[in-house]
Design a protein around this ligand. Structure first.
Ligand code: AMP
Ligand code: ZN
Length: 465
């Protein structure tokens, strides 16, 4: 298995710390609002990575956090807590907001057929672990207190910024004007806020430094170490986490332990809306329920994500999503037809095996999903592969794609009400031996993008791809 490692900026052979096992931590959602489909692209990428590791024979221990405190609207400890802001805007308690959007997040994940992480950990349940880690940093001289807050001093380590390739000189000279004059270095970051700018902060805890709340970065270090140990295999997130969040996670984790924390850093590229990153703050974001209200299946979006490589930007548009939908539907129809005809082979022949192997090879080469999907389609169209082999191989591939191919139903009705009414009209015309009218209707349905198929169970529509 090969993976691109942001730390080395190279595709590397993946070698786990413990043979046969993989420990993987993924930064989870900040639950102050619905996840947008850009966030979900990152979670789909992580799910595909996990499934590919499992296919490669590893047993994967996957932990993900739920950020319900400490994530400020600005990355440089400026702005206000996203949860608190939402609470103020809606009049609901932060706890109710967290619960509501956590549920909404897992509903989306389930609809997208994302395998639940083995460990789901909430930041607010791990305040003591965070305090313990900050104490450890304090004992080793990596912190200072200013204006009531506890800061991590990036000058106390000598490799700050190695993930993003940041140079300290550049950081100093290029730093934007800092709002926080307590910082000795503009890139220092808060571990614990006591002197909150927000008098009404609802979520506060006692600590050795006074009542307050944690900075955002410390949660991921504390929780990942608790569940995966102080040295684990893979840490994932979106690329926006590289310059600040993951950079700071590494600084504090390695300062505390004195050794390498994570071996492979894997980052998913952005989903774009127009030319810009889709984001909650810019307002123009789309959620999964919005797509579903428009008649798309969540899996149309999953399929859409699989058509792009995770390290390339992917531009969202409804036209592109329509393309993914018709391709996925056509795939489901083909699988349904195979299911109606046969059962999956227990042992496949050479032709199907070759497709399976090249599919796995594409995925195990830094998750080449677009190439892998192309292999699936090649096989589906290859008439030399027996139906039972085809079905078994498609299910094998779906173990990674996660498109629920096994749920394809032969009786799935394709076509809108109006299309199906026309199809009935054609059947009636044929019965009345009005073949001219029947042909006319067939031509109309073909114009609408269908193939009309006469089966022993009656006429059905298939979508043309
Ligand atoms: P958040 O809920 O803001 O903490 O973000 C959850 C995940 O989504 C993080 O890993 C982000 O890096 C990622 N993310 C944010 N915006 C996008 C985007 N437009 N495309 C892909 N991933 C994103
Ligand atoms: Zn994180």
């Amino acid at each position: 298995m090969k993976l691109y490692n942001t730390m080395s900026r190279r595709v590397e052979e993946f070698v786990p710390i413990v043979p046969g096992k993989v420990s993987m931590y993924c930064c989870g959602p900040t639950v102050y609002n619905y996840a947008h489909i850009g966030n979900l692209r990152t979670f789909i990428f992580e799910d595909v990575l996990k499934r590919t590791l499992m296919r490669a024979g590893y047993s994967v221990l996957h932990a993900m956090n739920i950020t319900d405190v400490g994530h400020l609207t600005g990355d440089g400890d400026d702005g206000e807590d996203k949860m608190e802001k939402r609470s103020r805007e809606t009049g609901k308690s932060v706890w109710d907001i967290a619960e509501f959007y956590t549920k909404a997040f897992f509903r989306d994940e389930d609809a997208l057929n994302i395998i639940r992480p083995d460990i789901i950990c909430k930041a607010t349940d791990h305040i003591q672990e965070m305090i313990a880690l900050i104490k450890r940093l304090e004992e080793k001289g990596h912190t200072y207190i200013a204006g009531g807050n506890v800061y991590f001093s990036i000058d106390s380590i000598d490799d700050y910024g190695k993930l993003a390739g940041l140079r300290l000189d550049d950081l100093r000279s290029g730093a934007r004007i800092e709002v926080d004059s307590n910082k000795r270095n503009p890139k220092d970051f808060v571990l614990w806020f006591t002197n909150s700018k927000f008098a009404n902060q609802a979520m506060t805890w006692d600590s050795p430094w006074g009542r307050g709340y944690p900075g955002w970065h410390i949660e991921c270090s504390a929780m990942s170490m608790k569940y995966l140990g102080e040295h684990f295999d893979i840490h994932c997130g979106g690329i926006d986490a590289i310059p600040v969040h993951h950079t700071n996670e590494i600084a504090q984790s390695e300062a505390a332990t004195g050794h390498t924390w994570v071996n492979y850093w894997c980052h998913g590229e952005f989903l774009l809306m127009g030319d810009a990153k889709m984001s909650k703050s810019s307002g123009g974001f789309v959620t999964l329920p919005v797509l579903e209200e428009k008649g798309y299946d969540a899996l149309d979006y999953r399929y859409f994500c699989l058509t792009g490589h995770y390290r390339s930007q992917l531009r969202f548009s409804y036209e592109a999503l329509d393309g993914a939908r018709s391709a996925r539907r056509s795939l489901m129809e083909k699988i349904a037809a195979l299911k109606a005809e046969t059962c999956p082979a227990e042992k496949v022949g050479d032709a199907a095996k070759e497709y399976m192997d090249s599919f796995d090879a594409a995925m195990e080469n830094d998750l080449g999903a677009p190439e892998a999907v192309a292999r699936l389609w090649q096989m589906m169209k290859d008439s030399s592969v027996p139906a039972a082999d085809k079905l078994a191989a498609a299910y094998h591939m779906d173990g990674i794609l996660g498109l629920r191919l096994d749920k394809a139903e032969a009786e799935e009705k394709i076509g809108s009400e109006d299309d199906l009414r026309l199809l009935d009209e054609r059947t009636a015309a044929k019965k009345a031996k009005d073949y001219a009218r029947a042909d006319e209707i067939r031509a109309e349905l073909e114009r609408r993008g269908y193939i009309v198929k006469d089966t022993p169970q009656g006429a059905v529509l298939q979508r043309r791809v």
